[in-house]
Design a protein around this ligand. Structure first.
Ligand SMILES: NC(=O)c1ccc[n+]([C@@H]2O[C@H](COP(=O)([O-])OP(=O)(O)OC[C@H]3O[C@@H](n4cnc5c(N)ncnc54)[C@H](OP(=O)(O)O)[C@@H]3O)[C@@H](O)[C@H]2O)c1
Length: 382
């Protein structure tokens, strides 16, 4: 049996380790991907330091970018990376280039498909082709949170995002929608995707140095979440357009940092979707984190506020949106990325001589809360 290296969380708050795991031959509809890049996510920290949804030792990693190296039976849209020949138009000299088909995707369900390993066995519907104008390091910042935004907006906020996008403006095109935490990875993708679908009244919160960026990608107004009167400012801005803020997406899920101020904003009939887990206490170098999965009990919501806890891990369920399973990652994600409609997050490359050094470097940066408008990207295989 062939094996390859994988990064695992080995114990709660312990150092990451590299172990050998079996390489699984792709079965019907699956491909084997040589994983080249990953972007760490806060879930990695929730799992390593909080033991959230973990059985040790567990391979982690939700975002991968890499090269298809083997096809299972009946794979329809992907092929093995290969050399192709084409013309260089400026010189008209026939030249040969190595053109490798690279893919990217959000993977989370079982060990064989996870991202923090050298070889991943993944169904083709979880993979998109990386557009030729985007590097794999930039593309890998998208998958988990691109899927999160489509899932949350449709399932938890109840706004349809049809594909292809229809021409007429949607019903709530001008209703205030509050994206709390616009500089987060999810927040930036939420603004861009809602803007593309012609939602015009997007309000968001962020540190002041992100305000211009967030306006350029769709926000009508941006508020500094550290100002104690941010809820009052948001209500004053929203109320000028309509009664309150009917739809709220909390991209942070911090009990004190986002749920508490949102409880001052949300009124009866407003809907608040919170990305789980609710963080009761953040992980730090000295303290273990504490989480809750109960949004309703985590803040003093006014009566009649409709709260939801977001779980993107269910996005494949056809009852939620039947086209997402087949098209969200394989077609919608590469199309919006390739056309520049959704721009990748900024990223920082985490260097290290070995796989485990790079993985640990990214985990430590997450724990130190160094992510401000950027993702931590690191190499898996050379
Ligand atoms: N349940 C699900 O399906 C699901 C899916 C995806 C993500 N999540 C969760 O959602 C959370 C965010 O993920 P992410 O990858 O988008 O995070 P991220 O990019 O790492 O978030 C970092 C950003 O959070 C912002 N921030 C921190 N505290 C804030 C506060 N109190 N108010 C407003 N903004 C604040 C900072 O903004 P400034 O730089 O402006 O200070 C920073 O840029 C994580 O807990 C993750 O696990 C859950």
């Amino acid at each position: 049996m062939s094996t390859h290296s994988a990064v695992v969380t080995a114990s709660v708050r312990g150092p990451l380790e590299v172990i050998q795991v079996p390489t699984i031959k792709p079965s019907t509809g699956e491909v084997l991907v040589k994983v080249e890049w990953t972007a760490s996510t806060p879930l990695d920290l929730h799992q390593n330091d909080g033991g959230l949804l973990v059985q040790h030792p567990q391979v982690m990693g939700g975002n991968l970018a890499g090269t298809v190296v083997e096809l299972g039976p009946e794979v329809k849209n992907l092929k093995i990376g290969d050399k192709v020949r084409y013309f260089v138009p400026t010189t008209l000299i026939r030249a040969s280039f190595r053109h490798v088909l690279q893919v990217f995707g959000f993977v989370w369900r079982e060990q064989k498909e996870k991202a923090h390993q050298e070889l991943a066995t993944v169904p083709e519907y979880l993979l998109g082709k990386i557009p030729s104008n985007v590097t794999p390091q930039a593309a890998v910042t998208l998958p988990d949170n691109f899927a999160t935004v489509f899932h949350t907006i449709t399932t938890d906020l109840g706004l349809p995002l049809p594909w292809p996008r229809p021409t007429p403006a949607p019903k709530h095109a001008h209703s205030p929608i509050l994206i709390w935490g616009g500089a987060s990875s999810v927040g930036q993708y939420a603004l861009q995707i809602l803007k593309y679908y012609n939602y015009t009244n997007l309000l968001t919160t962020a540190s002041p140095h992100h305000h211009e960026l967030l306006k350029s990608i769709g926000a009508r107004a941006v508020f500094d979440y550290r100002q104690p009167d941010a809820p009052a400012q948001i209500l004053a801005t929203a109320a000028a357009a309509a009664g309150g803020v009917p739809l709220i997406l909390d991209c942070i899920g911090s009990q004190s940092g986002s749920l508490a101020p949102l409880a001052k904003i949300a009124e009866k009939g407003n809907r608040v979707a919170v990305l789980l887990p609710v963080i009761v206490r953040d992980a730090s170098e000295t303290e273990a984190p504490e989480y809750s999965m109960d949004v309703g009990a985590s803040a003093a919501w006014k009566e009649g506020v409709d709260t939801r806890g977001v779980r993107t891990h269910f996005y494949l369920e056809a009852s939620l949106n039947e086209i997402f399973k087949e098209k969200l990652q394989s077609e919608i994600m590469p199309t919006l990325l390739g056309q520049g409609i959704v721009k990748p997050n900024k990223y920082r490359i985490i260097e290290g001589k070995t796989l485990v050094e790079r993985a640990q470097g990214a985990m430590d940066a997450l724990r130190r809360k160094e992510a401000s408008g950027e993702r931590f990207v690191w190499r898996i295989s050379e």
